[in-house]
Write a protein that binds this ligand. Structure first.
Ligand SMILES: [Fe+2]
Ligand SMILES: [Fe+2]
Length: 312
């Protein structure tokens, strides 16, 4: 169990200065990397090329229904259709998250020095997310699929969260949105069974997202040392609640309607699927290990994480 002192001591001040220096150094390195490896998806990807016959829009093993009794009954064509719609649903979820994240980053830097590397990197990340959201939207259109908004309730819950959340909670939620999708995308871009456009989109996203994850992790780590006790407790609870909402939003039942399946039957099979549980828990493991390490996974928050199905 770690203890933190909230009293202002000389040592405390020295630590705070050290953290600020560390924050600037991390941002400088991320800015250097951004200067070297940033992409303009409009120019980088071939948007005119037609979709290739027989290629998946998402790796089958990462689809919600994979290896369920329903999956085994589905003809290949319907499975591939599920992949196309689930890829569009995940891209829609990604855009929703990125729009939330952009607002969180804008709020994060509002009171900070505009010439600091930390703020300059946040602005760089906002620019990355702008390009990503446009890229995902273009991919959805190109796939010939509809957009898949989250439910009204989740949409409005996030409206409240992104307006009132404090810094550590914001960065914990950021990591939740980024790391699991990132894990899936790392398996998608090298996969030769997948559509070239989807491979290109996920490759760009993985490269640029690695920096975002680093930025959020380092900030959250610092925040969990320096934030007052109430804020650390709030972060544990709000990230647990966000994990619960996220795991529900991860599967969009309209996908099943649109490919001619019964949504209730499909959802029940996804819920009962051991393969799916393993995919989600493996995808979340890097994140849950990290959060555990820095003290986010304690008390009632941990119970929420467990109920989300993301924590083994
Ligand atoms: Fe992104
Ligand atoms: Fe990101």
């Amino acid at each position: 169990m770690t203890t933190t002192t909230e009293a202002v001591t000389l040592e405390g001040l020295r630590d705070a200065l050290g953290l600020l220096k560390d924050r600037e150094q991390v941002a400088e390195r991320l800015l250097e990397s951004s200067a070297k490896h940033s992409f303009d998806p409009d120019k980088e990807l071939d948007w005119e090329a037609p979709a290739e016959d027989g290629k998946w829009f998402w790796p089958p093993e990462l689809l919600s229904l994979y290896d369920t009794p329903l999956w085994r009954k589905m003809p290949e064509e319907q499975r591939m259709d599920l992949a196309r719609h689930e890829a569009a649903a995940l891209a829609s979820l990604g855009i929703w998250f990125e729009i939330i994240l952009m607002q969180l980053l804008v709020r994060h830097i509002y009171d900070k020095s505009v010439t600091s590397a930390h703020v300059r990197y946040a602005l760089t990340e906002i620019a990355d997310e702008c390009r990503h959201s446009m890229m995902f939207a273009r991919m959805i259109k190109k796939a010939g699929a509809p957009t898949y908004p989250v439910t009204r309730a989740h949409h409005n819950l996030a409206r409240v969260l992104k307006t009132i959340s404090t810094t550590p909670g914001s960065f914990a939620c950021t990591l939740l949105g980024e790391e699991i999708l990132d894990w899936m995308q790392r398996l998608t871009f090298p996969d030769e069974r997948v559509q070239p456009l989807v491979r290109g989109v996920t490759r760009i996203h993985v490269i640029e997202e690695a920096r975002h994850v680093r930025y959020a992790r380092e900030e959250l780590r610092r925040q969990m040392v320096t934030a007052p006790r109430w804020e650390r407790e709030l972060t544990r609870l709000s990230s647990g609640e966000a994990a619960r909402v996220f795991s529900l939003a991860f599967v969009n039942p309209k996908v099943y309607d649109n490919i001619g399946l019964n949504r209730h039957e499909a959802l029940a099979q996804v819920k009962a699927s051991a393969h799916r549980r393993e995919v989600m828990q493996t995808g979340a493991k890097r994140l849950t290990d990290f959060l555990d390490d820095i003290g986010v996974m304690r008390g009632p928050g941990r119970r929420l994480w467990r109920s989300s199905g993301l924590l083994a």
